[in-house]
Design a protein around this ligand. Structure first.
Ligand code: TRP
Ligand code: ZN
Length: 867
């Protein structure tokens, strides 16, 4: 271990800070190889007791410390490399410190570091302590004034939060900029950027008529790739005004793109910093999914300006207060900008495959965790995605208008404060006058609820009876977890038509609060098909008596996009599972599939509907009653895919050739849908017709966009022989080697080729000239893609896939602990599998025994091995 056994932090041990820091005046003098950080803080005691004056600061080289103008001698303070303890001072003081830090040597990408030629920061969650001494916790809010000095030729652009107040030239070719942020903020929202950047600039007029200058800063080579992000930003600003009544609060909003970044993007006040992969867009470098992703991430970071920045978190256990709410807000925005049904299906599909697995594994935790060792490990699908589902349930339970009124009340009441998830629910409760006491359990209880719904029809009484049972698993003491308050939206399909309920409307909301509960619906004229959990109204595993006829009826005639899609996922899963048991494919499924092909929905939704459940989703189903066999799943899924390919060859062919002469690329909904369906058709055809490879090659040659190129390349790489594969991959690399983001996709394409020998390809690609161990995008593209999206290669029976991942983690873990901890995930779920359990476990043990083990990896591996 790096510095002794790390300690666990508990939510229940929260105590308010000993002192406040009301003002922070920071000066950064950036030199080649090191940076001097001078800080003047105004400290004000908040507690009566004798608690000492202690500040956070990690591995800082102290050059100077003064209190109220008097230098401290070394014996007057103590510093252990993590905390600085000052002598007892009176009620308040001015603390001056000067420290030396080394951004160029910072490979963890936390604190101040250098990405290629750009100096930038990442402070969330606890990176500010690597920059200077502070109380590095979100409930300490200060007004920041920041001066940045650097060489003018190499760093012509100097940025920080808030508004630029001064700029001047200094001697020796240096210059300085001074920034002031009028809004008090926690230090995790601090940001600084210095480098040679170009910008695209526009302006936005707020609802009340204020002009806001907007800039997207990138390296000169990328200046043509900023329009989509800029456009997304403006639409986000307008949307937040229209839907939540929130108007931007500074005269300037800057976005900066950097290549080396641990996550997607960061919402620093007035200075968002983005991973280039989440900002840069053009038809050549961005897929359709990429365009949508950029739109939603730009919106997400912008929306944080209120949900996160103006109202922030009291402590990191409350992380979902800002993340769950902001993911909910960005998903509403994307739903409004694009197809709401498709967006919902994509979100649910993602949640069910990835968050459900997390919630069933060794890192399972509540939306508001009770303890952690390293907070970076809790930027999870549970906090983000399940957290957003919890907010969405509040929206469903309250209805849109009350929810928005509750949100407005929350923003007004807690403006400028650091609050808790409970404060959020309380605001909703006060405005709606709805009792949300039981609902709060969603924040406390981990695990995915199982919901069993049984329906009966009584023709004499013309009554439908629904019996709902919820099972939420057990606590560590073996007691059943108590029931949750969950909204279940339902509809009835009667004689092929949607039933109108007595109270009006075709969807009815059941509020389930008990472990077992019965609901009755009267005046239903005939035995209905019950459409359950419309819109996926609660994040549960639903079990219902879904016989083939019911599923076929829902696919054929339900009006809810999610239910329709889910019925097909269930039906196809059952068919694949039956195939694995050696049972023949039924004609009934073929005819349900045929009906889905001709249903009256747009192309994007149709492509979703006709896509077979993913191997990951099938694995989750298998894990519910046994061990996961990735080879069996793959084999059976491919068999069914081949049958559907052949059976519907004519329809696939017609869809593939329908857009033979495509319009010029645009990332609009209609075209995205057309391409999705066309690519799906090609992927089926590649299983049925040898000519499909030639068609793919032709389309690859003619394509004017990355989506078409990658879809065709995938077919050629996965379906072609070795010489085809190396030729097309070689040509593609030749053509696009200068675009880092495309090279990432090229790595992923090879890492996810479903074949046992992909292990050797991936091992070889680590030594490719374009691979870079310092760049998280490259590691994610090659190693992450292989370990988390290529089950049959990763789980190769000889354990070579596990050993490769173990090697990578060992190599990365001390340089970049955050990235290494995330790479561990596929190994941590070793207990789920029918094969490879011992081999995975021994890789985890090997990692646990490494010298210099980071806290991040220690926690993840420790939890995996213990449970
Ligand atoms: N707050 C960021 C977001 O969700 C998340 C983030 C960006 C982050 N960079 C990080 C979290 C580094 C932990 C570490 O938008
Ligand atoms: Zn966020």
């Amino acid at each position: 271990m790096r510095d002794g056994t790390p300690t666990t932090i508990y939510r229940k041990e929260y105590s308010a800070p000993v002192f406040s820091i009301t003002d922070a005046d920071l000066t950064f003098a950036i030199y080649d190889g090191f940076t001097l950080v001078s800080s003047i803080l105004h400290l004000q005691r908040q507690r009566e007791d004798e608690a000492p004056w202690v500040l956070d600061g990690e591995d800082l080289e102290i050059e100077q410390i003064e209190i109220d103008g008097t230098p401290l001698q070394q014996h007057e303070y103590s510093y252990d490399g993590r905390q600085l303890t000052l002598p007892q001072i009176g009620e308040s003081c001015q603390l001056l410190t000067r420290v030396r830090i080394y951004p160029e040597a910072n490979t963890a990408l936390e604190g101040l570091y250098r990405s290629r030629t750009i100096y930038c920061t990442q402070c969330e969650a606890e990176g500010f302590r690597k920059i200077t001494f502070f109380l590095d916790r979100p409930d300490v809010l200060a007004i920041f004034k920041v001066t940045v000095e650097a060489d003018k030729a190499s760093c012509p652009i100097l940025l920080s939060n808030g508004n630029a107040v001064a700029q001047e030239d200094l001697t020796e070719g240096r210059h300085r900029s001074v920034w002031h942020d009028p809004w008090p903020k926690p230090c995790y929202l601090f940001a600084l950027v210095a480098g040679d950047l170009e910008s695209v600039s526009e302006s936005f007029t707020t609802a009340s008529g204020r002009e806001v200058a907007l800039n997207v800063f990138v390296e000169a080579k990328d200046v043509n790739y900023c329009d989509h992000a800029m456009d997304s930003l403006k639409r986000s600003m307008k949307w937040d005004e229209q839907v939540y009544g929130l108007e931007y609060d500074l005269d300037l909003f800057n976005i900066v793109a950097v290549d080396d970044f641990n996550m997607g993007a960061m919402e620093n006040k007035g200075l968002n910093i983005f991973n280039t992969s989440c900002v840069l867009a053009s038809p050549d470098i961005t897929t359709d999914a990429g365009y949508l992703r950029i739109e939603s991430i730009v919106a997400h970071e912008y929306f944080h300006n209120f949900s996160g920045n103006r109202v922030t978190c009291r402590d990191w256990f409350q992380l979902s207060l800002k993340e769950g709410f902001t993911v909910f807000r960005d998903s509403q925005f994307s739903a409004d900008m694009n197809s709401a049904g498709v967006k919902r299906v994509e979100d649910v599909s993602f949640l069910r495959t990835h968050q459900f697995a997390e919630d069933a594994g060794p890192m399972a935790h509540p939306v508001r965790p009770d303890s952690f060792i390293e907070i970076s490990n809790f930027y999870t699908l549970t906090v983000y995605e399940k957290g957003a589902e919890v907010v969405r349930m509040l929206h469903t339970l309250l209805g849109h208008d009350l929810f928005i009124a509750g949100a407005k009340y929350y923003f007004a009441k807690h403006d400028g404060q650091a609050v808790t998830c409970d404060d959020f629910v309380s605001a909703m409760e006060q405005v709606s006058e709805k009792d949300l006491t039981q609902f709060r359990r969603w924040y406390e209880q981990s695990g995915t609820p199982n919901l069993i719904i049984d329906d009966q029809y009584d023709p004499t009484a013309r009554r439908v009876t629904l019996t709902v049972t919820q099972n939420n698993g057990q606590n560590s003491d073996g007691a059943s977890k108590p029931p949750l308050h969950l909204p279940v939206a339902i509809g009835l399909v009667v004689k092929g038509h949607s039933h109108t309920f007595e109270e009006g409307g075709s969807t009815r909301l059941l509020e389930v609060t008990e472990a077992k509960q019965v609901f009755e619906i009267d005046n239903v004229e005939d035995k209905p098909v019950v459409s359950l959990l419309r819109g996926f109204s609660a994040p549960v595993r639903l079990q219902s008596a879904d016989d083939d006829d019911t599923l076929a009826a829902l696919i054929g005639s339900d009006s809810d996009d999610f239910v329709k899609w889910d019925a097909m996922q269930r039906y196809a899963s059952r068919v694949i599972e039956a195939q694995a048991r050696g049972e023949p494919l039924s004609d009934a499924f073929i005819s349900a599939y045929r009906q889905a092909m001709s249903s009256d929905i747009d192309d994007a939704m149709k492509a979703q509907l006709l896509t077979l459940p993913s191997e990951e989703y099938l694995a989750d189903r298998q894990a519910q009653h046994g061990l996961v066999d990735v080879f069996e799943i793959r084999g059976a899924r491919e068999d069914i895919k081949k049958i559907l390919a052949t059976e519907f060859e004519a329809q696939w062919t017609s869809w593939f050739s329908r857009y033979e002469n495509p319009e010029t690329y645009q990332a609009n909904g209609r075209q995205i849908g057309q391409r999705a369906l066309r690519h799906l058709a090609l992927s089926y055809l590649s299983q049925a017709r040898p000519e499909a490879l030639d068609w793919a090659e032709t389309l690859l040659g003619n394509a004017d966009n990355l989506s078409d190129r990658l879809a065709t390349l995938r077919v050629l790489v996965n379906g072609g022989d070795e010489s085809t594969r190396s030729a097309v991959l070689g040509n593609f690399y030749q053509q696009w080697q200068h675009e880092a983001l495309i090279v990432n996709q090229w790595f992923t394409l090879q890492a996810t080729r479903p074949s046992a020998d992909t292990v050797e390809s991936v091992i070889a690609l680590q030594n490719h000239g374009a691979f870079d161990w310092r760049n998280p995008n490259k590691i994610r593209a090659l190693v992450g893609g292989f370990a988390s999206a290529n089950p049959i290669a990763f789980h190769r029976q000889d354990g070579a896939g596990y050993a490769f991942l173990g090697d990578v983690i060992a190599r990365v873990q001390s340089a970049n602990p955050q990235i290494a901890a995330r790479l561990c995930t596929p190994l941590t779920r070793f207990r789920r599998y029918a094969h490879g359990v011992d081999a995975m476990q021994s890789q985890l043990e090997r990692i646990a025994g490494l010298d210099n083990l980071s806290r991040d990896v220690f926690e993840v591996v420790g939890k995996a091995l213990d449970k």
